[in-house]
Design a protein around this ligand. Structure first.
Ligand SMILES: [Zn+2]
Length: 443
């Protein structure tokens, strides 16, 4: 029996799948018309194809993908505004400036009209509602949000839900922990890294993070492997929820209370999960693919078939929660982070998974790939939570070497560093550095 209280939009969230697909295609055609008529970029890119050519999902493949690089080029010194060819509304309608984080190159400026921004906020209401946020919650956001979207979206959505929202920028970590206790915060929006760091800091202050009273946390900004999520749940005694998205398309999938994968936010997005080699066919249940996302309500910044480069595993549709949307069972990382090292396909998330799950004495790590002669060399710096004796350290390092060899099929050169030596990140962590020639992370 479905309880309407469990849904932000009980009607849309429980529509039969065929109906969702039908609505998405209809909205896709309308959105494509809008993009062609209002965005200089899509007027050029989609010249020669018309919305009526798209009758089914298969027909989508006739349209080009939009890459981040395309967006960058379309913005360079073009048009009369800083948004270049990408703007989809009259410049007078732009009410918010946002930009991408620029971790993989020059940032893209993202214009939001009031209407387009409200569309994003509504998506985030779904995310927070699924994570159990209600009007009785006091939500603490331990960041200055600057020009980045995620916490602004979370802030406005929590407000729309009727929560009591407390922005926590301009404080240090100790100040934030004290503030949360002082006001009785019950929910957090956080990055996984900062969530772990805050828990560590609370313990150093003599406080058990479990006693602070946080009941739920939605994470943003970084991948959240299962083991890291469990660690956060244990540390805070709270339910921890993941979602996936980006500045350009908005957040497009998130966890429900079952926490058994992520629900794609249908019918607000048309999401294709395409094979990694050719990006030309949709993968089957259980297979890995790259997510290509069309956000069907973004008018100020139209985006058709955006290649997110997120590598995800397609899940089984149907969830005990009653939602009918397509699911992804796992986010395995970014296609940008997938590397061939000594001929083996490697993703940094696999290291995080091993360390967080099996080696709780490790607090931070960093992976560096270099060329040594003609060989690739992969170094893992390991920082223990506290000082360790040399015997304990040797056992730890041998254990990690052994497990990583099995898990990744690669031999790591493991270097211990002193507690506190590695950088702490609050927003985007940079724990993976590929310093071989031709790799963007080395720059
Ligand atoms: Zn569910």
């Amino acid at each position: 029996m479905i309880d309407r209280q469990d849904f932000w939009n009980p009607f849309l969230e429980t529509l039969p799948r065929e109906k969702l697909v039908e609505i998405e295609l209809k909205n896709f055609r309308r959105y494509m018309r809008y993009a062609k008529d209002h965005s200089e970029f899509y007027r050029k890119t989609l010249a020669g194809v018309e919305p009526d050519d798209i009758r089914n999902r298969e027909d989508l493949k006739s349209l080009p993908l939009t890459d981040k690089e395309d967006l960058r080029l379309a913005q360079e010194g073009k048009g009369t505004t800083i948004y270049g060819d990408l703007l989809g509304v009259d410049p007078k309608e732009v009410s918010d400036f946002r930009q991408t984080s620029g971790t993989t190159g020059k940032p893209v400026y993202v214009p939001e009209s009031y209407e387009s921004w409200q569309w994003r906020v509504e998506i985030w209401c779904h995310i927070l509602w699924m994570a159990g946020f209600r009007e009785t919650d006091r939500v603490f956001i331990p960041f200055g949000y600057n020009v980045y979207v995620a916490f602004w979206e979370g802030h406005y959505a929590a407000q729309k839900l009727g929560c009591d929202v407390v922005p926590g920028g301009a404080l240090d970590t100790i100040g934030r922990i004290n503030k949360m206790m002082e006001i009785g915060a019950t929910a957090l929006l956080n990055t996984p890294t900062y969530g772990l760091h805050m828990a560590e800091a609370a313990k150093k202050m003599g406080k058990d993070p479990k006693e602070i009273g946080i009941q739920r946390m939605v994470c943003a900004g970084e991948p959240l492997p299962h083991a890291t999520r469990s660690m956060l749940e244990d540390a805070w005694g709270a339910e921890v929820y993941d979602h996936i998205g980006g500045t350009e398309p908005c957040a497009w999938a998130a966890m429900c209370s079952e926490r058994n994968g992520l629900h794609i936010m249908e019918p607000f997005f048309l999401v294709e999960i395409l094979d990694m080699e050719t990006l030309s066919k949709e993968v089957e249940e259980g297979e890995l693919g790259i997510a290509v996302v069309t956000p069907l309500g973004r008018h100020s910044f139209p985006l058709i078939r955006f290649n997110t480069k997120d590598v995800v595993r397609r899940g089984t549709d149907g969830c005990p929660c009653g939602r009918t949307s397509m699911m992804i069972s796992e986010v395995t990382g970014r296609a940008d982070d997938l590397r061939k090292i000594r001929g083996v396909l490697f993703t940094p998330v696999s290291v995080e998974e091993v360390l967080r799950k099996e080696f709780p004495t490790v607090s931070e790590y960093e992976i560096i790939v270099r060329k040594k002669g003609i060989m690739d060399e992969i170094t893992l710096k390991v920082e223990p939570r506290e000082e360790m004796g040399s015997d304990a350290m040797a056992t730890l390092l041998a254990g990690i070497t052994e497990r990583l060899k099995i898990k990744t099929n690669l031999r790591f050169n493991i270097q211990p560093v002193r507690p506190g030596e590695l950088p702490r990140y609050t927003l985007k962590s940079k724990r993976f550095k590929d310093l071989r020639e031709g790799q963007s992370d080395g720059k």
